[in-house]
Design a protein around this ligand. Structure first.
Ligand code: SAM
Length: 258
């Protein structure tokens, strides 16, 4: 670690950033020898901006995604949805029709299209800022098989074989207590799930039976502690299972159209 990186790491650590050394090294590499760019990156990190928002790239499902201000940085936990899609369709060659409701950076849709080479899909996103990233990521990784649509997911029309969604699910009153990287730098529309965190699931409970093909599945991400209420939320669908993430936290609700 050179002196500049060491000095930056000390500043980040003094500001209470746990991953100070790693972050300093990543921002140094990103600056590619430009000391002004390195200083600017460290200043942004001191302001608790996530490293990925500064470097503009985040890996998800071993693919690089363009990210930045205005779009949720995809999380490793969300890869559970892709794993569950592969459990449902291990053959991979079916010409599936996919939808990703609230596609953000497009991470879920693009990763799923990567795994299912004959599938096509639509990502619905209400935020124009997020949509710009999804469009870039889809163009880079999904060929012509992804359509990214600026629309409320209520406007989706099926039929879809597989519907993914990682909706906003943080109870509104809990947002103020989140770490500053999330609270101050992730878009509020990507976090805020209403008073009890479940508003989006209620909306999806109405929508999914209308857009799923007969026998089709929905794969929904949930937050820690939300599994218990899921059984009663989707009366129009069969609850197949709730799959855990790598930390064994129930993470992916698997639902089937009756
Ligand atoms: C938690 S983020 C998930 C982003 C991405 N799918 C991921 O997993 O990284 C939720 C996304 O849903 C979008 N969103 C929220 N409500 C929506 C709605 N009613 N229609 C379309 N998009 C919506 C937000 O703008 C945000 O980009």
């Amino acid at each position: 670690m050179n002196d500049a990186v060491l000095a930056a790491a000390k500043m980040l650590a003094a500001a209470g950033i746990d991953s100070a050394r790693l972050d300093a090294r990543l921002l140094f590499e990103h600056a590619q020898g430009d000391s002004a760019a390195f200083a600017a990156g460290i200043a942004r990190r001191l302001n608790r901006e996530p490293v990925a928002a500064i470097t503009g790239v985040k890996e998800f499902w071993s693919l690089d995604f363009a990210v930045g201000p205005g779009v949720l940085i995809p999380r490793p936990d969300t890869e559970t949805l892709i794993e569950q899609a592969l459990v449902l369709y291990p053959g991979r060659n079916a010409p599936l029709r996919l939808a990703d409701l609230g596609t953000g950076s497009g991470a879920i849709l693009v990763a799923a299209l990567h795994e299912f080479p004959h599938a096509t899909g639509i990502g619905f996103e209400a935020s124009p800022q997020a949509l710009a990233y999804a469009a870039r990521n889809a163009a880079r990784h999904a060929g012509g098989r992804a359509e990214i649509r600026l629309a409320d997911w209520d406007e989706a029309e099926g039929p879809f074989d597989l519907v993914f969604s990682n909706p906003p699910y943080i109870p509104a009153a809990e947002i103020a207590a989140l770490q500053p990287e999330v609270r101050d730098h992730e878009p509020r529309a990507a976090l805020d799930g209403g008073a009890d965190g479940l508003d989006a699931y209620r909306s999806l409970a109405w929508l999914l039976p209308r857009i799923l093909a007969p026998g089709g599945h929905a794969l929904l991400e949930i937050g820690a502690g939300q599994a218990a209420v899921m059984a009663g939320l989707f009366p129009g669908l069969e609850l197949v299972r709730i799959a855990p993430d790598l930390s064994r936290i129930p993470r992916c609700v698997v639902l089937k159209a009756r």
